[in-house]
Design a protein around this ligand. Structure first.
Ligand SMILES: Nc1nc2c(ncn2[C@@H]2O[C@H](COP(=O)(O)OP(=O)(O)OP(=O)(O)O)[C@@H](O)[C@H]2O)c(=O)[nH]1
Ligand SMILES: [Mg+2]
Length: 312
């Protein structure tokens, strides 16, 4: 079975257009017409990277890598330089394990359990709706669990997504124990022969400590029903606030093992450079990116397509 691979190149290009202006077009302007690429121009490029949400460490790393590759390079024309920058950025994009050919290992694990975590407002629930739609469109039997029992109207929001995607949902009253929702969802999935389970979680509880303890408990409870689950734990990050991603990943990693990242809200932002920083700094691969609020606006993250869209 070939699972969904959602890469809409035109949509990706359109989403990254402001980021392209900010990074690639400015670098092109800097080097165009220059007789030789000297350290002054490299400093200017670094400055452009620094002001493009790529962060200090990653910008420095890019320039150092570009310098290294320039040493053995005879062709120092504009196109050649841009290709080097593109290659260096591509290498950073795959350094955390992100791969073009990623497919969730659904065929070998049934039910395949996905836990979705992240701070409030990053796009967890929306991502779950989009994921459910993708799995369902691939012909799979999907159920989602409304594990955010804290926020007002969280159930209703997830229910709307379940309806849109045409999938089942397990929910309980606001204030119920989230791990009991997770337990029931996974159990229903086992009994009902479901292929995929996706569990939503709260982005905020009374304290951060509570949230982390709650996630640990959800994890344990899921394992009581399906021993090696969750098979994926996706940390959702808001692409428009990419700078904090590293800190968020560290914090959540201390409660549950994260297997992959989802970066949302890349549409219309000039902050797509955050993806480069996240990939360079995180040990977890980026699996999906959000490029809009609609159900079809989740793409499989492909480092190759991403650099192509950025440099096209
Ligand atoms: N433009 C855009 N908006 C998005 C994307 N993903 C999510 N959003 C919007 O971000 C807002 C928050 O999304 P939610 O899915 O409710 O976020 P959440 O993480 O579940 O939030 P809490 O449940 O409060 O923790 C909503 O208005 C979404 O429509 C995206 O890829 N692009
Ligand atoms: Mg939510």
């Amino acid at each position: 079975m070939k699972l969904f691979k959602n890469v809409n190149f035109d949509k990706l290009k359109e989403s990254l257009s402001k980021t392209r202006d900010k990074i690639v077009n400015r670098i092109t302007e800097t080097i165009s017409g220059k007789v030789k690429i000297d350290s002054e121009i490299l400093d200017e490029i670094e400055e452009i990277l620094l002001t493009s949400d790529i962060g200090f460490d990653t910008s420095y790393q890019i320039i150092e890598d570009v310098k290294k590759r320039l040493t053995g390079e005879k062709d120092r024309g504009e196109a050649a330089i841009m290709n080097i920058v593109k290659d260096v950025i591509y290498d950073l994009l795959i350094s955390g394990g992100s791969r073009d050919e990623y497919q969730p290992a659904i065929e070998t694990k049934k039910p395949f359990v996905i836990l979705v975590i992240g701070i409030n407002g990053v796009g967890k629930t929306t991502t779950i709706g989009k994921l459910a739609h993708n799995f369902k469109s691939s012909g799979l039997k999907v159920i989602i669990g409304a594990g955010d029992t804290f926020r007002v109207a969280a159930n209703e929001q997830l229910e709307v997504w379940a309806q849109r995607a045409g999938v089942e949902i397990v929910k309980k009253d606001k204030g119920s124990d989230p791990s009991s929702v997770a337990y029931e969802t996974v159990q229903t999935a086992v009994k009902g022969n479901y292929d995929v389970v996706i569990i939503d979680t709260a982005g905020r509880l009374h304290t951060k400590h509570n949230l982390m303890e709650e996630l640990k408990k959800i994890n344990r409870v899921i394992q009581k029903v399906v021993p090696n689950a969750p098979h994926e734990t996706f940390l959702v990050l808001d692409g428009a606030t990419g700078q904090n991603a590293v800190a968020q990943a560290q914090e959540f990693s201390s409660s549950v093992p994260i297997t992959g990242l989802v970066i949302t809200k890349l549409d219309g932002t000039a902050k797509g450079g955050a993806v480069i920083q996240i990939c360079a700094k995180q040990k977890q691969p980026v699996r999906f990116i959000g490029v809009g609020e609609d159900i079809q606006d989740l793409q499989t993250f492909s480092p190759r397509e991403f650099v192509n869209a950025l440099f096209d």
